[in-house]
Ligand binder design. Sequence first.
Ligand code: 5RP
Ligand code: CO
Length: 214
Amino acid sequence: MIIAPSILNADSLNLRYQIQEAVNAGIVRFHIDIMDGHFVPNLSFGPQLVSDFKRDFQNIKLEVHLMSNNPKDLVPMFVKSGADIIELHYESMSENKLKYWINYLKEKNVKVGLVLNPDTDINVVKKFSTQIDQVLVMSVYPGFGGQKFISESVVKIQKLKEILDDNIPIEVDGGINEETAKMVINVGATILVAGSFIFGSDNIRQQVNKLEEF
Ligand SMILES: O=C(CO)[C@H](O)[C@H](O)COP(=O)(O)O
Ligand SMILES: [Co+2]
């Protein structure tokens, strides 16, 4: 099981210290939410954050959750910034464009995740399953941290597990806490994104430990 903390709701002015605390608690991968103010009604980080992060935490893997319908400008930027994994929303572009960008990332040796919004049919993954490295199931509507976990996500993950090859891990993003983590792990999720549960507390190590118990 991998825990990928989302720094979306971390304290921007104390980011380095909060990241370091999570690393000290054993975290080896972070989730960077990129919001473009268009595909989702919020703004977050840019490629500079990713390159600074990679410069100062060289052993840490970064997954970029790209919430944008402007892949043409943003995908190359985040490849250049050093992202290890780029996660593209099924809903953000046509299937042909998605195939194009998945191939582009493969050629650049960047791993690819396919992201599904809460209302998206899980069967769409079948069209991409030979090309992707992981699937990210959104358990909230994308755009903001700190939302409530959508409980229907559990059945969705269970069904996705049945149609996906075992070598494609399922990641879950949104509203993850001790209870919801247990629910999604029980049905086959192996990567958990957790934002406010980890950074909304004064004790980051303790929050990481709580999720790592499973
Ligand atoms: O993609 C996201 C929102 O669009 C975030 O990754 C997600 O919301 C994590 O935050 P939290 O754990 O607080 O729900
Ligand atoms: Co995210």
